[in-house]
Structures are given as C-alpha cells and as structure tokens.
Design a protein. Sequence first.
Lengths: 307, 307
Amino acid sequence: MGCILGLDVGGTFIKGLVLKDGKAVYEHDIPTRTGLELAGCIEELVELLASGSGITFSKIDGIGVCCPGVITEDGEVVKAANLGLENYPLKELLQKNLSLPVKVCNDANAAALGEARFGAGGGVANSILITLGTGVGGGIVLNGELFEGNKRAGAELGHMVIERGGVRCTCGRYGCFEAYCSARALTESTRKAMRQDTGSAMWKTYTHDTADGRTAFEYMDTDDSARRVVDKYLQNLACGIANLANIFRPQVILIGGGVAAQGTRLTKPLQALVDREIFAADYAPVEIKCASLGNRAGAYGAAALFM
Amino acid sequence: MGCILGLDVGGTFIKGLVLKDGKAVYEHDIPTRTGLELAGCIEELVELLASGSGITFSKIDGIGVCCPGVITEDGEVVKAANLGLENYPLKELLQKNLSLPVKVCNDANAAALGEARFGAGGGVANSILITLGTGVGGGIVLNGELFEGNKRAGAELGHMVIERGGVRCTCGRYGCFEAYCSARALTESTRKAMRQDTGSAMWKTYTHDTADGRTAFEYMDTDDSARRVVDKYLQNLACGIANLANIFRPQVILIGGGVAAQGTRLTKPLQALVDREIFAADYAPVEIKCASLGNRAGAYGAAALFM
C-alpha cells in the first residue's frame, strides 16, 4: 500500500488527510469554494497535501473525495444544495486535471467506512454509523465494504418511519427516525419542555433561544423536565437502532454527530434499551458505541475507498 | 455446474428438487418426521431424489437444506419450535451420513435467494423478499448473495417497528411491521371490521370464524368496510416497504406468502404508495412484484447456496 489522499468536502471547509501505508501522516484543511469552483478548490488542497507531506504526485495511488448529496456511480454530484451543485461531474473533472485515480462518494457513507476501518468499528465485518446532527444520517458497512444500494441511493437510515402518522419529516414522510432523533428534534423537544415547565432548572442557564441538543443532557440529573426529554429521546433512538439491529444484525452500531459528545450518558442507557428490544440479543449481541474519529471520519473513509 | 439438491423442511412436508446444470429436473416431497428423526427423514428424501432423477451420489455437488428457526454458521438449528428441535447439529449429521457437502440455512432467507436467482427477482443484484404469512418473514439478497448479518441473526424484517407504542408483536416489541402486515393481522382486522359493520356484504359469504386474509380483498369493490380494511393494510405495508426501500434501495422488492395471491390488486396500489413515500423514486426506482416460485422458493434457494 502506498499513499492515498482522503478529502471531505463540507459547506465551509474541505478537510484533507494523507495516508501512508494505512497511517495518517499529514492533515490540512482549507475553506470551501462552492459552485463551479469546487473542483479547483479540491485540486488546490490536493497540491497542499502532497507538498505538505513531501509526496510527489507519482506516489499517490488514489484520491478519495466525499461530499454531501446524492453521488452517482460515475462520481457525478446529482444535487448538493449547500455546495450549490447540480449534475456536477466531480470525479471526471478531478481525474482529468490531476491525472490520478479519483473516487467520489457521499460524506455520511464515507464516515461509516472511515469509522469501520480506522475508528470505533475496530474492523468488524458489519457495522452501521448513525450520525445525529441537523438530520439523522447513516452509513452501512457490510462484509467490510460500503453498502449504498442501487445507484447509491440507499442507506437513508434517517428516513425509516418509526411512528406512522407521526411528526412530519423534511422528506415528506410522517414519523421518520430523523424527525425524532436529530439534534434539531432534541433541541425542539427541550425548548418545548422548557415552555411547559418554566420553573425548570434549565431556565437558570438557558433561554428558549439558547437551549440546544446538549441542554437536556446537562440537566437530566437535577431537572425532571430535562430527564423526561432525555428519556423520551433515548426511547425513540433505541426504537430506530433496534430496527436496524434486527434488520442487519451488525456487530456494532456507532453513534456520531453532535449528540455523540454525550458519550456513555447516551450509549449506556441506549444499550440496555436496545438489548431488551432486539431478537436474540444474547446469541448475537449488537454493541452500541460512540464514533471515535470525530469530523475526520469522512476523510478517512474517502481514503479507504482505495483500500 | 453439475447436480445440486435443494430441500425445504416444513412442519408437515419436506420439499425436494434436483437441479442439473442450473435447471430443475425432478421434484419430490415426503411427510416430515420431526424431532431427532429429522436427519434420517432428510436422508431418505435425498435418496429418493437421487434415484428418481437417475443421479448417482458421486455426481451430486452439494445438498442445500433450509428449515425454520435460527441456524448457526455451522448449520446447527438453535431452535425450531414446530420441528421440535433445539441445538440440533443438522449439517454435521447429514454430512457424516451422506458423505456429501451440505449447507443449511433459514427457510425465509433461502426463499429470498431462490426468488432472486430463479424467480421474480430476475437476477438483479439487490432484492428483498417479504413473506406475508402467519408472520412477516423476510430475506435479503445483496450483490447476488444472501445477507444474514452477524451469526445469521439478521434479516428479521418483520420486527421493524413502524408504529412506536402500537400493537404488541409476538417478539415483545410494540408496533412491528409483522403486527400490522401478517396474514393473521389482516384476518383480525377483517373480522373486527365485520363485527363493527354487521350489514357488510362480507357477512353474506363469511362468518366471523371463516373470514380470513382473502376476504377483504374479495369484497373490496362492493363493500366499504372491506375497502377500508384493504386500504389500511396497504398503507401499513407501504410504510414498511418504503422503509426497506430507503434503507437498501434494492432494484426489486418481492412479496410472497399467502397474501401475494392477490397479485396486482396488491402490487399496483402498493407501488403507487411506495413511489410517493421514498426518496428519489425517479432516480433509483424500486419495483414491487409478487414472488413467482410459490412454495418451491425455499428449495430453489437452498440449492442456490451451492451456486
């Protein structure tokens, strides 16, 4: 194995890393230039990564790039609203300009592969990463490889209905996993609980506008309202996770995104709830852990597309 | 490719078939002897299949067997209540007594592989079979191969909650896909609708005891109560199917089991409902079809374990 570059294109920064013989030897980030300038911006970072790590282009085996949105098998970005892209032939542009092999995939899926190979997945065959951020993203690794479904349109784990006829989701369905378990949903239910219990301890530090996905966890031991918000959130999360455990029976389900900062306050009660709900938990246990690569997971996973 | 035998062990019959160069050339079934006599009973059918098709044992490349219950990777039946088995080393017994390679897997999973390779799946890479019978079974074929999860405990598609806190399921969870979409659930909601509308046309032919999963479909065009039962059933089914479509994005989702006898009365409205619910249905469509191998799917799939 030689040198591989992994790049994760976000709305504000492109994160880059250089893997040498499977080990990260250099990292560098630059601000994202969106729209039609994106390919040029990525090429600039590729050159900075190469020069910064002292690697000549001829030693680079491949460049993995991940970004938000639906990406075709040919590496075309069908649509990525916050990058200002539509039908953008990213892989083709990069391969032509850099004269190096390029692979492009969705960032949530890349993060799942990164965590599976380099992070908390610990190299098990089957793992799932659930990213609890503004939405609920997900990625599926089966037999050590990324699984994305036909035309890479699968792995939309956030858009699994867990409560038919429930809260309307951004996707148009009612009762999606995402509508209950995103950081946004947690923030909303925290603020609602505060409004309904104006004497709650949460009000001492936070106002209706400053409370966020961390607030209820922070006050769960001192404030009944906060406790109830966390309990309900954990139950919803356990429901979706137990569904995925029954469907995939992976060895590990990883939690990433902002909410994962809660660590064992999140995973410990979650594990107990999931163990109680799934089929044959003793026979084929599913471990619930927090992801470990933070916002580097996508770049690692993008590089792993060449491994 | 030479000769492969496929056997599907049910509670009352063991179905067997002989594949020669990938084509079924002979079929034979015998009554099941359950409990510790099962291996002997299977061996008897193997001999009948060989003699009936004029194939000597030395020409058999392998024997695939499927049966209900959880089966370990070593082909041990952990538990199959209606066969009276617990920790029964089926593969080991058969291999020793027959001196031929044997593979054993779960019957619902085998049926999915059978349909994917020989039936309505039509050889696409990714397909899912949902069997609507007493329960809701399922099997997952990814990249042309059976996917069963760690220790083969996955693919429990019926035990995905679609309505949190809903109807209690046999598995202990509340609101499972199975609790709404099994033939049993359909029968129950039909009988409930009849009790609530004693003037309904369904009563002319059926009594509370004789109405079953077919009744509401039979009267859906003449009877409002029946129509409502079917509509609600289709909506629940579409919800679970849309979940699986968003998660796996297979090319095809197949419906098997007794309810599949409704054919396009089932699949046509279902397709419309699912198309409306899933992400990017135009970009990566998911076709909904009825399975085509009937109760032979398991035997085909068991044989396909050697292909």
